[in-house]
Write a new protein. Structure first.
Ligand code: ADP
Length: 287
């Protein structure tokens, strides 16, 4: 599904005044791309994702999905959040097949349709290694497993776009890598377009076929990077010189964008001097 973001901006009104979260932002995502929105915390990434999901209004601009304007949430867009959002009173299988506004999803559906959902949920639970947990409740699962269920749930409707807001942010690094691999393969298998919010440079390069780097608030795109090596879900790719080089470049872009580079480099230089002089002092004392 092609996504066109045209001059989307967002200003929040709060008691202490107006906060501009997002500068007018435009970009186009082609069908099948895996685009990571990378930027410092608070730069408006989640805001943009929620506007894409139709869960929040923009202050200006419009979004087109295959030429049709976004006016609210829709089945063609699946969502996965950072926080675990499973219903605790439903089993894994029930969460995967029926949750997400349980009533709305099951009301008016034919028995055949409901069976379709169950068999697709079972298929995806198998694919993600969750079949033996199908009758478990969310509280019995680790955070990584819960996020797997959340991904399965988002995919059950056969969305054409998967919108993900730092879904692996709360996971330990080993689980996080496993989830990244699984997601890459699932996205290819399901042939869906993915928009993935993260503040982690390595995650963005590993997952994305393209990375949009945002400045700090009010967010605007400061770099649009097509990832030159194809993400094969091979963890070894993180160890290649090209990967390191791009990681350094994107980190530098983020540092520059934060506008604190000079102050921060001065502070580091001062600390380096302090450490060097105390080491010198130590050598002199020994002599
Ligand atoms: P990110 O996802 O990049 O961390 P967000 O989109 O969550 O950033 O937030 C962008 C900015 O907008 C932040 O400074 C945040 O405090 C502010 N913000 C987000 N939601 C609201 C809200 N409902 N009311 C006021 N300010 C908000």
């Amino acid at each position: 599904m092609k996504i066109e973001v045209k001059d989307i901006s967002r200003t929040y009104k709060s008691k202490s005044g107006e906060v501009q979260a997002l500068s007018p932002t435009s970009f186009t995502i082609e069908e099948g791309e895996f685009v990571c929105l990378l930027g410092p915390s608070g730069c408006g990434k989640s805001t943009l994702l929620f506007i894409l999901a139709g869960l929040q209004d923009a202050s200006g601009g419009e979004i087109l999905l295959d030429d049709a304007p976004v006016v609210g949430p829709g089945r063609e867009r699946g969502l996965v959040f950072q926080r675990y959002t499973l219903y605790p009173w439903l089993t894994v299988r029930e969460n995967a097949a029926f949750s997400n506004h349980l009533q709305a999803n099951t009301k008016g559906k034919s028995v055949g349709e409901l069976f379709d959902r169950i068999s697709r949920a079972d298929y995806l639970l198998n694919l993600t290694g969750l079949e033996q947990f199908a009758s478990s409740y969310p509280a019995e699962l680790s955070g990584g497993m819960q996020q797997r269920v959340a991904i399965v749930r988002a995919l059950v409707n056969k969305p054409r776009v998967l919108l993900m807001d730092e879904p692996f942010g709360a996971l330990d690094s080993q689980t996080r890598e496993e989830m990244q691999q699984m997601l890459l393969l699932l996205a290819k298998h399901e042939k869906i377009t993915v928009v993935f919010v993260t503040h982690d440079v390595e995650e963005a390069i590993f997952l994305g076929s393209r990375v949009l780097v945002f400045s700090r608030r009010p967010g605007r795109i400061i770099r649009d990077e097509k990832i030159p090596f194809q993400n094969s879900a091979d963890l070894q790719s993180k160890l290649t010189p090209e990967f390191y080089k791009l990681k350094r470049e994107l980190l530098d872009t983020l540092h520059q964008a934060s506008g604190q580079e000079d102050g921060e480099s001065n502070r580091i230089a001062m600390l380096q001097n302090l450490v060097a002089s105390s080491e010198n002092q130590g050598i002199q004392d020994k002599q």
